[in-house]
Design a protein around this ligand. Structure first.
Ligand SMILES: Cc1cc2nc3c(=O)[nH]c(=O)nc-3n(C[C@H](O)[C@H](O)[C@H](O)COP(=O)(O)O)c2cc1C
Length: 325
């Protein structure tokens, strides 16, 4: 079984990938999407989204990272995929799922699902442009306005030469509203030969078990749930191997957040200080009731001393001790 971290623009950056992959249980990470228009992107754009390119395209704990590209022009996507490989990418993922208006209006993401032939053309162009040992994968939703095109788009990705296909089990119009329609993923899996990665609303071990039953998949991708339960991969692996496992305690979570705060502090100074922590807490609230209290406590804080004191109060000790927890 393989476990993937789902790409999340503006949320899962290289700092978060480092922290999540160090916890364990994740086989593959994926970057936020790099938007491709008509220009040739300089190397520094790829390394900004994916500093891991300078370290063998793996996180410090050794988890491989795929670089995700988003765009609607096959030539430009191909050219930039080749440049990404020159910059160190060892696997390319193509985004056909982003629902954002700004992205869809500029011919990228989920809007491409309206023309499966375009999906095939983009995958094929990228496949041709990069060395054979660099896998090119695709990530789709079930459709754009509705879910009717799911098989056509899955077949198109396979025909274009995708090595594997991640399927977020919703249409663009479904947004992020529950439920995720896992049964479509099961059908896709029966109609194509490349591995299919099931994605969407895998919040708990129980969700994973139901999704595995419904889809028959052997690969699963976790996005928001990985932020809500950073050790979901370990929980699942322990369950599958019949091993006892104690989910991460709140104090371990606070230590994780503190590490994130420390490493990103210089990237988000002034009025943005602590914003990323607050964003993460919004996901953690879904599984740790303490996260809601902590969020309330820090939501208006901007000063480093006050934030540090708040962290310390969570554990009743000093920030240095938090780090060691
Ligand atoms: C804030 C946010 C940002 C996202 N950014 C991306 C992205 O850059 N590329 C992509 O393919 N999907 C992106 N997604 C979709 C996720 O990868 C995933 O398909 C979706 O959240 C469903 O999985 P989940 O229920 O495990 O979160 C994003 C989702 C969210 C909520």
């Amino acid at each position: 079984m393989k476990i993937y971290q789902a790409p999340m623009e503006g949320v899962i950056d290289h700092h978060v990938r480092e922290l999540l992959s160090a916890i364990g249980g994740i086989d593959v990470c994926v970057t936020e999407f790099v938007r491709v228009t008509h220009t040739k992107l300089p190397r520094k754009v790829f390394t900004r989204f994916c500093p891991e390119l300078e370290q063998g395209a793996a996180t410090p704990s050794g988890t491989p990272v795929k670089l995700q590209l988003l765009g609607g022009n096959p030539e430009s996507m191909a050219c930039n995929a080749a440049r990404a490989v020159e910059a160190g990418a060892r696997a390319i993922d193509l985004n056909f799922g982003c629902p954002a208006k700004s992205v869809n209006n500029s011919d990228g993401g989920a809007c491409l699902l309206q023309s499966p032939s375009r999906v095939e053309g983009i995958v094929a162009a990228v496949r041709k442009a990069v060395p054979v040992d660099v896998p090119v994968s695709a990530k789709i939703r079930l459709g754009y306005e509705d879910r009717r095109s799911y098989l056509d788009n899955a077949r198109a990705a396979e025909a274009g030469g995708a090595s594997e296909l991640a399927v977020h089990a919703r249409s663009k119009v479904d947004g992020y509203r529950p439920p995720a329609y896992w049964e479509y993923i099961g059908e896709i899996r029966q109609h194509i030969d490349i591995p299919v990665i099931a994605n969407g609303d895998l919040w708990t071990v129980q969700d994973f078990l139901r999704c595995r039953d419904v889809t028959g998949c052997n690969a699963f991708m976790f996005g928001r749930s990985l932020l809500a339960r950073p050790d979901i991969g370990l929980q699942i692996r322990a369950y599958c191997s019949n091993q006892p496992y104690e989910p991460m305690s709140w104090s371990k979570i606070v230590a994780l957040l503190y590490r994130y705060y420390e490493t990103t502090r210089s990237d988000y100074p002034g009025k943005y200080l602590g914003n990323r922590i607050k964003q993460w807490l919004a996901y953690l609230k879904l599984s740790y009731p303490q996260a809601a209290h902590f969020f309330e406590e820090i939501k208006r804080l901007r000063e480093p001393e006050l934030l540090e004191q708040a962290f310390a109060r969570q554990l009743g000790n000093s920030p240095r001790e938090i780090e060691a927890a």
